[in-house]
Design a protein around this ligand. Structure first.
Ligand code: URA
Length: 226
């Protein structure tokens, strides 16, 4: 499933005023085993157009393997589809200062700018579970008062936030309820190794959930191969 070109164009126009670069489409089947919602692409992703293909992506693929799924099984997207950057200085080995772009978290305005894109994906991708990777993705879906630390590893059955209209800068709740599974953003382990254990526990729960909720024909397969 890929969002239509007219919608991508709307997203590119809406994000244009902000310090971001590139544009990465969400990627994966229309009927995936999971939908993953991250934060925003980084440098690697905007160069090759593949979500979660950099360092955080490497960790994410290990987590998915633990949950018993592969990249091909899942739809991967994020709150913002362009890379938010800030300028900083870095000293080269030769000792000179050079300006370079650093990743930063997307702002609420940037998230709002790309809200119609994620809204479309949530409406059109038929995923039994939406995995929110980190606080940015989780708050985008469930509102500002929720925290990954408090609810990771739980299956939340609830509506999600959707932009009221293209002219609006407010969210409303969807009619439909979705199953949201919050866990930590894979990049979080670079700053806090202790999270790895918690993420592993979350992935084990996710695996159990997928096994007990898989379609009957797939459940039969699971017994054959294990
Ligand atoms: N973090 C995200 O949220 N998405 C990516 O594609 C890469 C890193």
């Amino acid at each position: 499933m890929q969002i239509p070109e007219w919608l991508a164009d709307i997203g590119k126009k809406r994000i244009d005023p902000y310090p971001v670069e590139g544009f990465v489409y969400g990627q994966g089947p229309q009927r995936p085993k999971l939908m993953l919602v991250g934060e925003a692409p980084g440098e690697t992703e905007i160069h090759n157009g593949i979500p979660f293909s950099g360092r955080a992506g490497e960790e994410l693929m290990k987590f998915l393997a633990r949950a018993g799924v592969t990249r091909e099984d899942v739809y991967i997207t994020s709150a913002v589809r362009s890379r938010p950057y800030k300028w900083g200085e870095k000293r080269t080995r030769a000792g000179e200062l050079v300006k370079r772009k650093y990743n930063r978290a997307p702002t609420s305005r940037e998230i709002l700018a790309h809200a119609p894109l994620l809204d479309y994906e949530i409406e059109h991708v038929e995923a039994p579970v939406i995995v929110a990777l980190g606080n940015i993705g989780l708050k985008r879906l469930c509102g500002p008062d929720i925290k990954v630390t408090d609810v990771h590893g739980q299956f939340l059955k609830q509506p999600v936030r959707r932009l009221k209209s293209l002219e609006d800068s407010e969210y409303e709740w969807t009619e439909r309820e979705y199953t949201i599974f919050p866990t930590f953003h894979p990049a979080a382990i670079f700053y806090n190794r202790r999270l790895l254990e918690l993420i592993h526990e979350d992935m084990d729960k996710l695996k159990d959930y997928l096994q007990s909720n898989a379609p009957m024909d797939k459940q039969a397969d699971q017994h054959e191969h294990h």
